[in-house]
Write a protein that binds this ligand. Structure first.
Ligand code: PEP
Ligand code: MG
Length: 886
């Protein structure tokens, strides 16, 4: 082999004069060039440059892919650069591409900036034809090996480049095995394999009406083209959509001289992780197979051996591999996933990349690496995918369990649950409480009326609604698994049937929901419980030291508060008081208040309600023990509290001693064409002021009582859905007047502020800030009102939008930085122009989403607020935002 560095210099001197550099020899790249060289190419370059044995090669940039896919042609000068790089490679290897005596063979592999395992195409043994195969035979004195390489090449090339079905080649292979009475291809003779090459070529010609290309250069050009095109294949597109991979130019192509693991018993191939990717334990983990090529391992023809066995098979290679894995881990400061090949007793590394791992492993590896002095705490927190830690906070389906997935919806609330199907909230409660049954509540959509059933069910499935629909929001708050907007299913509640295509399920059937993937699985799956290890706490401590954003929780009950505090919440960022109205002992009073014809008859149920609300607030203030508690005054339209079914309407009429018509009259009056834009939020408070006054009295009574018993109370009273400053000043006066009624008794701290949910509020934030003590972004409504997408109906079109790439992400789950985010930025800027230290937080569902949290950090919010089970995710994401921003 000719010295790498002298050849590299020759390439450099030419390429420096070249106008556009389309191809980089491995010596010319490094690990920071992922955007241009793809992950695989950048790491092959890095390994080459730190002295790891890597088969020589070069990388065609992602820019060429982008140009090729747009122009349907290679850019000017590309062909010349390819010839040059090939010539350099030939010199390095001491072989010649297309040579009859001593042929150079190459692999052609894809590799984008983001890892997309198995999603794009690879071709091995390229450069073989009827002449070069003779050279390969002569060089290695091994005809069987040479024909095996050749038939594999024709098969891969035929499939990937020429589009011939893989199955046709497999059928021919099976036929050959059958005719020769052998089970595995390893038993086929040289002659058999030679015939198979001819057979494969005939298949290609029959299927494509084209001859199999004999020229190695033509093979190479076609293979590069095929890899570029594989960037746009369906499985690659789907993978990118699922994993949120956006904004990349395309894939790079790595052309690398072949090394063979299948030349005999001193050859082999393997894959390994430098630590256990499931647990994080510091053990070398992986498998290998002697006398094999990588695809044999994948195809499962032979069973690979555990990597530790390699020590017995070939001690010196094993020792070298151990040294290399340590060098790589120390160099990359992360757990590595490596691929290697042994060719006639010589070890080569074919790939290294940061290894994919479970959340548990990520946490353990990060902490261990801090202890080993390999990384700092700041680096450690970046090694954990914040979203993934929800895996540790909820039960999960056992990894090994096989899934019979019958439908897929939006992964609205993580965790897993299984149980018998029920179709009404009452049935859910009855079966769960009376019979102790585990049930899954299946509804078209849920409403606040279903809360008791949701509470009793293990998980919720809805056919409608998006990521901020009622079901999604409530389930996340409860830490309960939920799949929403599953348009594959038809829910026929009256017939008690769940229909998925031809499958009809009834109350007798059991299903399992995976709220992390959105999969609905037939039958009961085995579960594993969450494990919060010591290292989980340590990661939280690292995050607490680093982050600037405070993390509060959205909580409506003392129980929620307790869970959230255990997870480290620093206050309540949203207490939705309406949830308290739905409890069984209150709903009656709420309905009485709604059907009351005048203020006088409304005052009695309001007084009763006040007692209940006071009790709720006492519980919350006690639990929060002086931490800030933001209480939002009533928000939803009143019709949500009224019954919809005939039987319930009759019951209500009987209870209140009025006619059914009277009740129907009230319902008709409250009916709104578009309730999300109707009388809700402060519009409710302005039209029925005694309702908000009652709530403020309950807050004051509770706060005074708790302070008198020796605890501190810091309450923030919030007016929802304000778009006009006068709405706020009108309501603020009512709130202030009620508090003033208490005179000297007011012993608690309070602020009066507003939610920012209407675009106009953002645009007039300077005016609002003159009056409001604090702002809190309600980004569920702000997103709904900015895009004009109904949060309860978007499930019917968002999946299509995502599939078509019209949207990169569901804006209900992750902040649309360009639109909604811009409004938020304007709001923060205007608000703080009026009041420099204005306290601003966020309490929409985005408050628990890592990328939205990073955005909130960047625009200078004081805190994020999310459901209790997302508090740890938010803390970690807030700390990551600080480190990434440095
Ligand atoms: C919001 O709109 O973001 C919000 C938190 O309020 P709700 O979801 O209750 O409308
Ligand atoms: Mg709202």
């Amino acid at each position: 082999m000719i010295s790498n560095s002298s050849v590299a210099k020759a390439v450099k001197s030419h390429s420096e004069t070249a106008k556009n550099k389309y191809i980089y020899a491995f010596e010319d790249g490094n690990k920071n060039m992922k955007d241009l060289l793809g992950g695989k190419g950048a790491n092959l370059a890095e390994m080459t440059n730190i002295g790891i044995p890597v088969p020589s090669g070069f990388t065609i940039t992602t820019e060429v892919c982008d140009l090729f896919l747009r122009e349907k042609n290679y850019p000017d000068g590309f062909a010349e650069q390819l010839q040059e790089q090939l010539a350099v490679l030939e010199k390095k290897m001491g072989k010649k591409f297309g040579d009859k005596k001593n042929p150079l063979l190459v692999s052609v592999r894809s590799g984008a900036a983001a890892s997309m395992p198995g999603m794009m195409d690879t071709i091995l043994n390229l450069g073989l034809n009827d002449e070069t195969v003779e050279g390969l035979i002569e060089k290695n004195d091994n005809p069987r090996f040479a024909y095996d390489c050749y038939r594999r090449f024709v098969q891969m090339f035929g499939d990937v480049v020429m589009g011939v079905s893989h199955d046709l080649f497999e059928e021919a292979l099976d036929k050959m095995k059958e005719e020769n009475n052998v089970k595995a291809d390893t038993y086929l003779s040289e002659e058999n394999l030679k015939n198979l090459v001819d057979e494969y070529k005939k298949i290609v010609e029959n299927q494509t009406s084209k001859k199999f290309p004999e020229s190695p250069l033509e093979q190479l050009k076609l293979a590069i083209e095929a890899v570029f095109k594989s960037w746009g294949n369906d499985r690659a597109k789907t993978y990118r959509a699922i994993n949120g991979i956006i904004g990349l130019k395309g894939t790079a192509v790595n052309v690398q001289s072949m090394v063979f693991g299948n030349m005999g018993d001193d050859c082999g191939t393997g894959v390994a992780f430098t630590r256990d990717p499931a647990t994080g334990e510091k053990i070398f983990y992986g498998e290998f197979l002697m006398n094999a090529q990588g695809e044999d391992v994948v195809a499962g023809i032979r069973t690979p051996m555990p990597i530790l066995e390699l020590e017995k098979t070939n001690k010196s290679i094993y020792d070298e591999l151990i040294k290399i894995k340590d060098v790589l881990e120390n160099h990359y400061k992360d757990m590595q996933d490596i691929e290697f090949t042994i060719e006639q007793g010589k070890l080569f590394l074919l790939q290294t990349r940061d290894g994919k791992r479970t959340a548990k492993a990520a946490i353990n590896i990060a902490c261990d690496m801090v202890d080993e002095g390999l990384i700092t705490e700041e680096e450690a927190i970046l090694k954990i995918d914040a979203k993934s830690i929800s895996q540790l906070l909820h039960p999960q389906i056992k990894k090994s369990a096989e899934r019979n997935v019958i439908a897929k919806g939006l992964p609205a609330s993580p965790g897993a649950a299984c149980g018998k199907i029920v179709f009404t909230a009452d049935d859910a409660m009855q079966l769960a409480t009376e019979k102790g049954a585990k049930v899954i509540l299946v509804r078209k959509e849920t409403s606040p009326e279903d809360i008791h059933g949701m509470n009793s069910a293990q998980g919720i499935l809805t056919s409608r609604g998006g990521m901020t629909s009622h079901a999604a929001v409530v389930c996340r708050g409860m830490g309960k698994c939920c799949i929403a907007g599953c348009s594959d299913i038809i829910v026929n509640a009256s017939a008690k049937k769940l229909i998925i295509g031809d499958l009809v399920l009834t109350e007798e059937d059991v299903i399992t929901l995976d709220g992390t993937t959105g999969e609905i699985i037939l039958g009961e799956m085995e579960m594993q419980e969450p494990q919060l290890t010591g290292n989980f706490k340590r990661v939280m401590e690292f995050s607490d030291k680093i982050r600037k954003l405070k993390v509060r929780t959205n909580a409506d009950t003392p129980k929620d508060c307790k869970v959230a505090i255990e997870f480290g919440a620093e206050g309540i960022g949203l207490c939705r008081t309406e949830h308290m109205f739905f409890e069984e002992d209150r709903i009656h009073l709420v309905r009485q208040m709604i059907i009351a014809k005048d203020e006088e008859s409304r005052s009695k149920p309001l007084k009763e309600l006040q007692k209940f609300q006071k009790k709720d607030f006492v519980g919350i203030f006690k639990e929060m023990d002086g931490r800030p508690v933001l209480i939002r005054l009533l928000d939803p339209p009143l019709h949500e509290f009224l019954p919809t079914q005939e039987s319930q309407i009759k019951e209500l009429a009987d209870d209140f001693n009025v006619s059914i018509e009277d009740i129907k009259d009230v319902i008709a009056k409250l009916h709104e064409i578009n309730p999300m834009l109707g009388r809700r939020g402060c519009r409710l408070g302005i039209t029925i002021p005694e309702l908000y006054a009652m709530q403020v009295r309950a807050v004051s009574d509770a706060a005074i009582e708790v302070v008198n018993k020796g605890q501190e109370v810091n309450v923030e009273i919030e007016i929802p859905l304000v778009g006009e400053v006068k709405e706020f000043t009108y309501m603020k006066k009512i709130v202030q007047d009620v508090i003033n009624e208490y005179g000297d008794k007011v012993n608690f701290n309070y602020k009066i502020g507003t939610m920012i949910e209407v675009p106009r509020a953002c645009l007039t934030a300077d005016e609002l800030a003159k009056e409001a003590d604090f702002f809190s972004f309600g980004t569920n409504d702000l997103t709904q009102l900015t895009y004009g997408y109904s949060r309860d109906d978007s499930g019917s079109f968002i999946p299509k939008y995502l599939e078509l790439g019209i949207l990169d992400k569901d804006p209900a789950a992750s902040i649309d930085k360009l639109g909604v985010g811009k409004l938020m930025q304007i709001c923060v800027e205007l608000g703080r122009r009026t009041k420099k230290d204005l306290d601003i937080g966020i309490c929409g569902e985005h408050g628990g989403d890592p990328s939205s949290i990073e955005f909130c950090h960047k625009i200078g919010l004081d805190y994020v607020s999310c459901s209790p089970y997302r508090v740890p995710i938010a803390k970690l994401a807030a700390a990551q935002a600080v480190v990434r921003g440095k």
